[in-house]
Design a protein around this ligand. Structure first.
Ligand code: GDP
Ligand code: MG
Length: 163
């Protein structure tokens, strides 16, 4: 098994919006795992002719503010287990919050390739807002607007190098 991208991050950063963007051109077959769990969603996409699978580890958890740290930990561990490349999504408009640090800490200990995705960089005025995410120590930070699509191509160009 290869070419698997997992999207991780706390609620409301834009994981599902990114998932929809990565799978939009491929008439994605989106399915729940075995109907038992609703905690992650699988879809398919392709980039420059390279097919891939995407896992939205946030699943159907709809922006709940009261999500437990344990739940996030489980989602990140699933991503580390199942994916070749992990997209760690954070929100450039809020900056780093505690749950982001929790996720970053788990990812630092894994050997999986991680890209830090600073989402909601919708326009040039927001470009400088993603600089603080370099402090995770997870490498390059990629600006994205999952809402309008800008940055998606650069991210996919990078991702496919790790398949
Ligand atoms: P998730 O909980 O991480 O799956 O986040 P969602 O994809 O459900 O998005 C949470 C909220 O952020 C929604 O209101 C989205 O419309 C909004 N959102 C997602 N991506 C962007 C973006 O690139 N820019 C802006 N301004 N809002 C976004
Ligand atoms: Mg979601």
């Amino acid at each position: 098994m290869g070419n698997i991208i997992a999207i991780v991050g706390r609620p409301n950063v834009g994981k599902s919006t990114l998932f929809n963007r990565l799978t939009e051109s491929s008439h994605a077959i989106v399915k729940e795992v075995s109907g038992v769990t609703r905690d992650r969603i699988y879809g398919r996409g392709e980039w420059n002719g390279i097919p891939f699978s995407v896992i939205d580890t946030g699943g159907y958890v709809k922006g709940s503010e009261d999500i437990f740290e344990g739940e996030i930990r489980k989602q990140v561990e699933i991503a580390i287990e199942e994916a070749n490349v992990i997209l760690f999504v954070v929100d450039a408009t809020t900056g780093i919050v505690d749950l982001d640090e929790t996720v970053a800490g788990i990812l630092r200990k894994s050997k999986k390739k991680v890209l830090v995705i600073a989402n909601k960089v919708d326009n040039n005025d927001r470009v400088g807002m993603s600089a603080e995410f370099w402090s995770f120590g997870l490498g390059e930070v990629f600006d994205l607007s999952a809402a309008n699509g800008s940055g998606t191509g650069e991210i996919l160009d990078e991702v496919v190098q790790y398949f």
